[in-house]
Design a protein around this ligand. Structure first.
Ligand code: AMP
Ligand code: SF4
Length: 471
């Protein structure tokens, strides 16, 4: 990965650990790769009151100065955010705390509720006041307006109204709840704390490892769970027509050590690289990957093509979110500052450059120029996922459809645009082979069809031609 275009969110929740706030801090710290725009924690104090601290910035920046203001708690939830739905403003930072007739609740979410606007309009017509634009507020208002007798029942009713790709963690004075969309598009896992006294919810297993929690299971598609005194209790399960887990988590988003369907993302990435080598061999002297996210794909490619793998590119780890910029010129600059080439690895060589994905082509174009300037004689680009042709409506922001290179350009046109000697992508079938278990994946952005119909509502997406709003 050369620069972060935009990332989705990470959620974490813990019940029954005396150090719930510290756990949550480390939990969201290890999910930082899922969002660098805002961070926050909500916890329950000894009076049963919810206390929230959140702000714009990285986990350490936001929380280190104010962590002491959070109570010593047994229950807490946390969030890191990169906006995908809702604007990049502090009032959209999460967790969101609301007072309802079931008492105070805090919510944090990952993903995108595709029928958010449809749900929001009647709520507003009934007088609901929205402070921000996030999907969490919609769920909070649905809960607040429920006629149910208790929060659990209100949650069961409210989540049944949501469609899309989402995972929520919800906190009240007594319990932590977790819910995953009916198709299981967005991830959510359950763990058990080190001494078995409590339970944890997290977007990825790397956050369980960070707090020494044991992986128990994935929250099932459509499942609503309660973490409480009697452990993990299923409150409801609203399964969708099919399971469609986000394939892009395995391709790029998840941290390499996170387990997806029982194996680390790294293993799947290596397999994708191997399949790519079979489908699209390159006449090259060396295989290099784009650090860090594409290194496993490149290793797999090198293994299967019996070519040497080397570290031809170096990443400056300190170019951070300052460079997540909306303008193309700024993005180009961030790539330049973030990646450099090791001359000896590429000089005089035909280089196979493996990247996990190609979205706009900014990375590849710059890297090819860089490699040539360092003496590479040929650069053959191999992309370990299929052409990214369709925008994601389920919480991964990969820019406007109009900016997706493969939406309007052929492979040959993209090759010319980025200046490669050759360009090849993994096929859709090849990606299926690389993914664990073959079926049950969302492949919509790779032209595989949307598992949940995106609802295009022009009013919500002003100024963007394709209905995908990245504001
Ligand atoms: P580009 O083709 O220049 O738009 O960039 C594609 C590169 O950005 C890939 O190498 C990925 O590692 C990374 N990438 C792809 N999608 C995203 C995303 N949604 N957010 C952040 N980085 C991404
Ligand atoms: Fe993931 Fe792509 Fe599906 Fe979005 S469209 S959920 S990025 S696989």
């Amino acid at each position: 990965m050369a620069y972060e275009l935009k990332e989705e969110c990470g959620v974490f929740g813990v019940y029954g650990d005396p150090d719930a706030v510290t756990d949550t801090y480390w939990g969201i710290f290890s999910l930082q790769h899922r969002g660098q725009e805002s961070a926050g924690i909500a916890a329950v104090d000894d009076q049963g009151q919810l206390v929230v601290r959140k702000g714009m910035g990285l986990v350490t920046e936001v929380l280190n100065p104010i962590l002491g203001e959070l109570p010593r708690a047994q229950l807490a939830i946390g969030h890191v955010r990169y906006s995908t739905s809702g604007e990049s403003e502090v009032f959209n930072a999460q967790p969101l705390v609301m007072r309802t007739r079931f008492g105070q609740i805090a919510l944090a979410h990952n993903g995108n509720v595709v029928n958010a606007e449809t749900l929001r309009r009647p709520l507003e017509a009934e007088g609901a006041v929205f402070q921000g634009t996030s999907d969490s507020e919609i769920l909070a208002h649905l809960i607040a307006r429920s006629a149910a007798n208790n929060l659990s029942q209100a949650l069961v009713e409210a989540v049944a109204k949501l469609t899309g790709g989402f995972a929520f963690v919800i906190l009240n004075a007594d319990a932590v709840y977790g819910v995953r969309d009916p198709n299981g598009i967005r991830p959510l896992v359950v763990g058990e704390t080190e001494f078995g006294e409590g339970h944890v919810l997290a977007s990825e297993t790397c956050a369980l490892d960070a707090v020494q929690a044991k992986f128990v299971r994935e929250v099932e598609p459509g499942e609503l769970v309660e973490l409480g005194p009697s452990g993990v209790r299923r409150l409801t399960s609203v399964r969708g027509a099919a399971v469609s887990q986000c394939a892009f988590e395995s391709v790029y988003f998840a941290r390499a050590d996170s387990q997806i369907r029982g194996e680390s993302a790294q293993m799947a990435r290596r397999r994708m690289g191997r399949v790519l080598a079979q489908e699209a061999p390159a006449a090259a002297d060396v295989v290099i990957g784009v650090p860090d996210s594409s290194l496993p794909h490149a290793m797999g490619y090198a293994e299967a093509s019996h070519l040497p793998f080397d570290f031809g590119l170096v990443k400056n780890r300190y170019v951070g979110r300052t460079f997540i910029m909306p303008r193309q010129s700024e993005r180009t600059r961030s790539v330049q500052l973030k990646l450099a080439a090791v001359q000896e690895v590429v000089r005089g060589k035909r280089v196979a450059l493996v990247d996990d994905s190609l979205v706009r082509g900014t990375n590849s174009r710059y890297l090819i120029q860089l490699l040539r300037a360092c003496g590479a004689t040929e650069v053959h680009v191999r992309i370990a996922s299929p052409p990214y042709t369709d925008p994601c409506y389920y919480g991964i922001d990969t820019s406007r459809a109009t900016e997706l290179a493969a939406r309007t350009k052929s492979v040959e046109e993209i090759r010319q645009m980025i200046g490669a000697d050759s360009l090849a992508y993994l096929s859709l079938d090849g990606l299926r082979q690389g993914l664990k278990g073959g079926g049950g994946w969302c492949l919509a952005c790779f032209g595989g069809g949307y598992p949940v119909p995106p609802i295009l509502e022009p009013v919500a997406y002003t100024g963007v031609e394709d209905g995908h709003d990245r504001r």
